[in-house]
Design a protein around this ligand. Structure first.
Ligand SMILES: [Zn+2]
Length: 81
């Protein structure tokens, strides 16, 4: 048990040490594209993505944090890295 706590603490320490809150905030504020169609479950980095071009409805620009909040997942084609 002590080992688990140690690992958790080490992880937290590493995260605190390497965390880049500014970059994270920028990412949350990043503009992403979502299709308003009912079958759409992803958000896209660009509206030129093949995945979003199949959208039968409107393509709207939103903040990544909003896309996350409505349960959208990152598009595998846009975010493969
Ligand atoms: Zn995409």
């Amino acid at each position: 048990m002590r080992k688990v706590i140690f690992i958790t603490t080490a992880l937290l320490f590493c995260q605190a040490f390497f965390a880049q809150p500014v970059q994270e905030r920028t990412e949350q504020d990043a503009t992403v594209y979502i299709c308003t169609g009912p079958s759409s479950k992803c958000y896209h980095k660009t509206d030129k993505c093949k995945g979003i071009s199949r959208c039968g409805k409107e393509i709207v620009e939103v903040k990544k944090s909003y896309a996350d909040s409505i349960g959208r997942k990152a598009c595998k084609m846009c975010y493969k890295n």
